[in-house]
Design a protein around this ligand. Structure first.
Ligand code: HAM
Length: 420
């Protein structure tokens, strides 16, 4: 074992399991690419102020979980804890919203960092695929995003997930509700920390998992009863569109998210096989975020799905993805001359688009054939001196063991035929 280990709360993606992660990323991205979302990539760190203002000064993410640091040049930066603020910052900076083509629809995939207490499904370095639709207020856009996430999970073969849906109201109705909730909460028997939370972020108190708190919350005012007409109508339309698309959801009037920028539609995808870290993805509308970070009014909506937790969900359901073998052909040279000739054929096959690997390191036949089998290849190309003297190599079907000589200049053609 080496002296170094991956830092606490992190882990490495290593073959063969890493192939599942790649496949999950691709499966989540596929419906987005198919629906007009363009790829965006932003830096792994940003000005710390972007997250403080965007995600919210009072959130756990900003107060406790951010990897914030000062550079040698004195810049105050933070590793990104999430993607929405960065993507919106990038869109504003590039003036994408001024192209007269709203909404600007973007998708992304990358690493995010939160200094959390590590446990299964909760890491300090994790991976998300996300989507943001910037600059349009349209219930069909909220519905589209939820439908696309649903489609992604279904395409992976997941079944035991649920969609929780809520509306958090807007700048008209939420403050009225907030005040009513604060008044209710101030009358409860709560600890110091929670009392402080009532003043800063009362909605988060509803999310308290402790039974003693939950018991007291019975009878608390619910946001749903405070929604203004515009928010009610908007939410009703989102629900109707989801129902029409055959996407089942559960109304969860207590759903509160850990980021402050949400307005109106909020949702979470939860998986029932994951224990306490059950949220595999989440998102919602953030109509005020652009203005919070110094931009114009740009009502927007988006989500991010956690790749790590989606992989855990697959494991929990016993789903194995059908990942094609990385290698189709494995070349096994016997002797120096064969090494030279077969290596040339390997390059030729690769250029022709056939995934090919080679027995490096001068292995003997037995070891080389073991590697060929392990590679998952369907065919082996084997050649020794006698074959070369006859101008052929042996094309071996690794499943049946059947072997046929193939003329050297017909290798690419014959391999292609054999692979079908
Ligand atoms: P979030 O709910 O904080 O939302 O994160 C989205 C997903 O990322 C979670 O549901 C979870 O699967 C995964 N995740 C978060 N933290 C961790 C962690 N410590 N370890 C493993 N997985 C984790 C956002 O980040 C918003 N930016 C989503 C959004 C986009 N809202 C609008 N647009």
């Amino acid at each position: 074992m080496s002296t170094f280990q991956a830092p606490k709360g992190t882990y490495d993606l290593i073959p063969p399991n890493s192939a599942t992660y790649l496949a999950v990323r691709e499966a989540i991205a596929a419906p987005l690419k198919n629906s007009g979302y363009g790829y965006v990539e932003t830096p792994g760190f940003e000005n710390v102020e972007l997250f403080a203002r965007g995600v919210g000064e009072s959130t756990d993410i900003v107060t406790k979980e951010m990897y914030a640091f000062e550079t040698k040049g004195g810049d105050k930066l933070a590793l990104r804890p999430e993607g929405t603020a960065s993507v919106l910052r990038a869109a504003l900076e590039a003036n994408l919203h001024k192209g007269g083509n709203l909404p600007v629809k973007l998708w992304y995939s990358g690493s995010y960092y939160r200094y959390e207490r590590p446990q299964k499904g909760r890491y300090r370095h994790f991976s998300q695929v996300g989507a943001e639709a910037i600059g349009a207020e349209d219930p069909a856009l909220d519905a589209e995003l939820i439908i696309l996430a649903h489609q992604a999970y279904r395409s992976l073969g997941l079944r035991d997930f649920r969609i929780l849906l809520n509306s958090l109201g807007d700048k008209e109705c939420r403050p009225v509700y907030r005040a009513a909730l604060q008044e209710f909460l101030r009358g409860l028997r709560l600890d110091e920390d929670t009392r402080r939370r009532i003043e800063i972020n009362p909605l988060r108190v509803l999310d308290d998992k402790r039974e003693a708190v939950q018991e007291q919350l019975i009878g608390a005012p619910m946001l749903r009863d405070y929604l203004c007409e515009a928010c009610k109508t908007y939410h009703e339309q989102v629900r109707e569109l989801l129902t029409a698309a055959g996407v089942a959801y559960e109304d969860d009037p207590k759903l509160v998210r850990g980021l402050d920028y949400y307005t109106r539609t909020t949702f979470e995808f939860v998986h029932d096989g994951l224990g306490s870290q059950s949220a595999v993805g989440g998102g919602g509308r953030y109509d005020g975020l652009s203005e919070m970070i110094g931009g114009p009014a740009l009502p927007s909506v988006g989500w991010a799905l956690g790749v790590d937790r989606t992989v855990l969900a697959l494991e929990a359901e016993g789903v194995t993805l059908d990942i094609p073998a990385a290698t189709s052909v494995y070349a096994v040279p016997l002797g120096e001359e064969a090494r030279r000739v077969l290596f040339g054929k390997v390059t030729e096959l690769r250029l022709a688009g056939v995934a090919t690997d080679f027995a490096f390191g001068g292995k003997g036949l037995k070891n080389a054939m073991k590697s060929a089998n392990r590679s998952g290849a369907r065919l082996a190309l084997v050649a020794g001196e006698r074959d070369l003297a006859e101008g052929v190599v042996q094309l071996k079907d690794l499943a049946s063991g059947e072997q046929t000589p193939v003329a050297l200049d017909a290798v690419v053609e014959e391999v292609r035929r054999a692979l079908g």
